[in-house]
Design a protein around this ligand. Sequence first.
Ligand code: FES
Length: 100
Amino acid sequence: MALVKAGALAAMGPGSMTEVREGDERVVVCNVEGALYAIDNVCPHAGAPLAQGALHGHMVVCPFHAWEFDCRTGECDFNPAVVQRRFAVTVRDGDVYVEV
Ligand code: FES
């Protein structure tokens, strides 16, 4: 496990999604009304980068075919068998870190 800096909290305001890369890992950090969540950024359907989609409340909408994932749980809205990995997020001295 590595603690990876995602960016300054001030630059990751509510409603934003930020992609974080560490080695082969791709993570998207979501800010839902000030609460931060992180899930796998690679859509399990066809590999789209979820961070380039939209954040509707706590739902991440894939930019390719609009599958939706709850960034709090990783669950896909129409198929509960599909669950994105989640990652721990911490804020330290104004910066956001993800445990990858
Ligand atoms: S690649 Fe995400 S829904 Fe198809």
